[in-house]
Design a protein around this ligand. Structure first.
Ligand code: GTP
Ligand code: MG
Length: 195
């Protein structure tokens, strides 16, 4: 379903540039720098398929990847702080919201949360938007290699408490490290059941 069969299709900057909605897709949303692009690379086993970098605001378009000719993986620009001009950031944020609330073939949004930081206000805003749009979302904790076991358990508790208030939340979270490959097979298996 993944390895060697995923190709970059296109980067989209406006809703009218979306590829045809002829197949199902899952997307990766989250604050700037949380590790969305890195996770797509880990999932597909391709080191540089999606551009990742330490500069928040690296992904500036909605990037579609065709997977096994059967579905799309969608890498989104981050929300929250980004090293880019305000006007530009506002433009992506509008596009991001239009996408998350208006894409009929979006099967599930993975909302990525940094294991060191937990759920922030901006994450809650996105979760509320997904509730309103009736898009099921599932939290994926990222960068688990950066925290100790005890912190990991704390953040899991915090996330559980937060998502319990969101009707669109899928109750199970997935703990990952793109760096170490942790949880990547679990996420891959979840996607396989969805598309
Ligand atoms: P934007 O496109 O700017 O919104 O960022 P993004 O969410 O796509 O993050 P990206 O994948 O570019 O990763 C940001 C930084 O975090 C990079 O320097 C990555 O190497 C690092 N990173 C991502 N995942 C992990 C992880 O699991 N562990 C560690 N230690 N670092 C990670
Ligand atoms: Mg990115």
């Amino acid at each position: 379903l993944f390895a060697g069969e995923t190709e970059f299709l296109k980067g989209v900057v406006a809703m009218d540039g979306m590829p045809p909605d002829d197949r199902l897709e899952v997307c990766f949303a989250g604050r700037s720098n949380v590790g969305k692009s890195s996770l797509i690379n880990a999932l597909t086993g391709r080191k540089a398929l999606a551009r990742a970098s330490n500069t928040p605001g690296r992904t500036q378009e909605i990037n579609f990847f065709t997977c096994a000719d059967s579905h799309y993986l969608v890498d989104l620009p981050g929300y929250g702080f980004a090293k880019a001009p305000v006007k530009t950031v506002e433009k992506w944020q509008r596009l991001l919201k239009a996408y998350l609330s208006g894409r009929a073939t979006l099967r599930r949004a993975f909302v990525l949360i940094d294991s060191r930081h937990g759920v922030k206000e901006v994450d809650e805003e996105i979760m509320t938007l997904l509730d309103k749009s009736a898009v099921t979302f599932q939290v994926v904790l990222t960068k688990a290699d950066k925290v100790k076991e005890v912190e990991r358990l704390q953040v899991i508790e915090q996330v559980r408490a937060k998502i319990s208030k969101h009707p669109a939340a899928y109750p199970e979270l997935i703990v990952t490290s793109s760096e170490k490959g942790w949880g990547v097979d679990v996420l891959r298996a979840v996607i396989a059941t969805l598309v």
